[in-house]
Unconditional design. Structure first.
Length: 132
């Protein structure tokens, strides 16, 4: 179900019609198709134990908080500088999941944000929202 919602959401991603290489819709579409495929495999062969453990993990407090943070990140994506919002999102999720080492909490969000920005901006030629 999540894959179908994500696939429908990719239709609202703005793209440059003149762009000849991969568009901004490519990766989200690829991820959503992967989710649909994996969901179909699980639906075709459900197991009582697997279903119980999956639903228990889904309603875990940390999982719900992480999903809420991701929703906020997605809704503010267009309006906030990508580098800042990604670093804050990674930091918040790391904190929710229990990371407490200061060096790890400082370096990981900055490196993830910078790496993803450089990859999309220069390797994929995808413009991301930036303030500067």
């Amino acid at each position: 179900l999540g894959g179908v919602v994500l696939l429908a959401g990719t239709a609202f991603i703005d793209i440059n019609e003149l762009q000849s290489d991969l568009t901004a819709r490519f990766f989200p579409t690829l991820v959503s198709l992967g989710l649909i495929f994996c969901g179909a495999l699980l639906a075709a062969r459900p197991s009582e134990r697997l279903l119980t453990s999956s639903l228990g993990a889904l309603f875990n407090q940390r999982a719900l908080l992480s999903a809420t943070l991701f929703l906020i990140y997605c809704l503010t994506f267009r309006y906030v500088d990508f580098r800042i919002s990604t670093a804050l999102f990674v930091f918040a999720v790391m904190w929710v999941l229990g990371a407490r080492r200061p060096l790890e909490l400082i370096l990981t969000p900055v490196l993830v944000s910078a790496s993803v920005f450089i990859l999309f901006r220069f390797a994929f030629n995808v413009l991301l929202p930036v303030w500067i």
